[in-house]
Write a protein that binds this ligand. Structure first.
Ligand code: C5P
Length: 407
């Protein structure tokens, strides 16, 4: 198993309580170890009814801690050592019982004692029947734990193990728990903490009639990556996205729209901001008179004429707005004369920087995962080599940080 990753060198104390979702904790152990974390497992007695310590120990490649009064461990007060010798405590699954004990400071087994003794961040992934989760006593306990500084992930909505039951109560998926752990343990600098950012991403869909629309090939990959990188740098990000098939980046406020006018309204709504990065491939035109019913094809009749009208230019609107963000960045997706066109766009749109890329079909940029961009500023051009869109995002965010926080 790979030992280097985002969690290399991190020790995660994983407390597994007794619920059917415990089977997902086996996968959680693997995912954490894949990313380089060391996982120290603690199981409650009830957990051992659902999965075996043998399976947990084998996957973690660690001793599984089960008893408060373990003769070997308690020679050196093992529960205190467990509570301190880690970077983070994860409770997955967290049952109503364990949540109740934590909220009330009870400690009558190893798991609850370690939780009382730890000063590390605690991440709780509840899993229980939806009726139990919505019980006022459980809500009260969960609210108390939030006040006390614990972090929660889930529960999420979906089907229950109980036949035919569904609702909010399922444990969050292991990969989502891993992502939350990465966020909690991320101690990289946050140069954009306290800054607000607006990002537009994806295509727009301009309806022709209720079933047809005008669209383009934008996947949203670059815009979403920039939103994620800004959030990682500590910015408070509003991501306004047209229709895409990408998952929502973690830690950003999503506003989902279809049409350019909706995107413009959402962008204006998100002001004031310090940073605006307009990456969306906004349709230049929309259909002038959208049909309220599906346009019918009649034999022998000429095809309908589509009269188009111009869409608002969101970048230009923001770039010249009285609440203009300090840093306004646009994109120029061109198939020819890329840099010249981008330079002309700088002043016209009121942008500080234009990220220019060649989207000729042979480049594979639109819809692909790599990008080759040039950064056009009033005082010059910086040509970046081909790289992943995620790396373009990282570098752009570094540039944004430099511009907003000059040395
Ligand atoms: O003029 P052009 O479409 O090439 O400009 C591209 C830049 O302007 C991109 O940053 C794009 O997000 C933005 N734009 C916009 N609203 C439009 C058209 C483009 O925000 N209606």
């Amino acid at each position: 198993m790979a030992k280097t990753g985002a969690l290399t060198g991190k020790r995660v104390l994983l407390i597994i309580a007794g619920g059917i979702a415990a089977y997902k904790s086996l996968d959680l152990i693997r995912r954490l170890r894949e990313r380089g974390a060391r996982v120290i497992p603690v199981m409650t007695r009830a957990a051992t009814e659902f999965i075996t310590p043998l399976a947990v120990g084998a996957l973690a490649a660690e001793k599984v801690h089960l008893e408060l009064f373990d003769r070997d461990d308690e020679i050196d007060v093992g529960h205190i050592r467990l509570a301190r010798d880690c970077d983070l405590v994860v409770v997955a699954p967290a049952t109503a019982d364990l949540i109740g004990k934590m909220a009330n400071g009870l400690a009558n087994d190893l798991a609850s004692t370690v939780l009382l003794a730890t000063e590390r961040p605690v991440l709780i992934a509840p899993a229980m029947n939806p009726t139990m989760w919505s019980n006022p006593a459980v809500s009260r306990n969960a609210s108390q734990l939030l006040i006390d500084g614990a972090h929660f992930i889930g529960p999420v909505s979906g089907e229950m193990a109980e036949k035919g039951e569904a609702g909010v109560g399922r444990m969050a998926e292991p990969l989502d728990i891993v992502a939350e752990i990465e966020t909690l343990l991320d101690n990289r600098p946050k140069p954009l903490a306290g800054r607000r950012a607006i990002v537009t991403s994806g295509p727009t869909h301009e309806p022709i009639d209720p079933v047809r629309y005008i669209a383009n090939r934008s996947s949203g990959a670059q815009g979403h990556a920039i939103a994620a990188a800004l959030a990682n740098a500590g910015a408070d990000v509003t991501l306004i996205s047209g229709p895409v098939t990408l998952p929502d980046p973690r830690g950003v406020k999503m506003v989902k729209v279809e049409r350019a006018v909706e995107m413009r309204d959402a962008a204006l709504n998100a002001l004031p901001a310090d940073i605006a990065v307009m990456v969306a491939a906004v349709a230049d035109w929309r259909v002038d008179a959208e049909a309220s019913e599906k346009i019918k094809k009649s034999p022998g009749e000429a095809p309908p004429a589509l009269a188009l009208t111009e869409n608002p230019d969101i970048l230009k609107t923001i770039g010249h707005h009285e609440k203009r963000p300090k840093l306004v960045i646009g994109f120029a997706a061109e198939t020819n004369d890329v840099e010249d066109n981008a330079r002309a766009k700088l002043a016209r749109k009121g942008a500080d920087l234009i990220v220019a890329n060649d989207v000729s079909p042979e480049t594979g940029i639109m819809g692909g995962s790599r990008n080759t961009v040039s950064i056009i500023a009033a005082d010059g051009v910086d040509r970046w080599p081909e790289m992943d869109k995620a790396e373009v995002a990282e570098r752009l965010v570094a540039l944004i940080s430099e511009r907003l926080n000059p040395l």
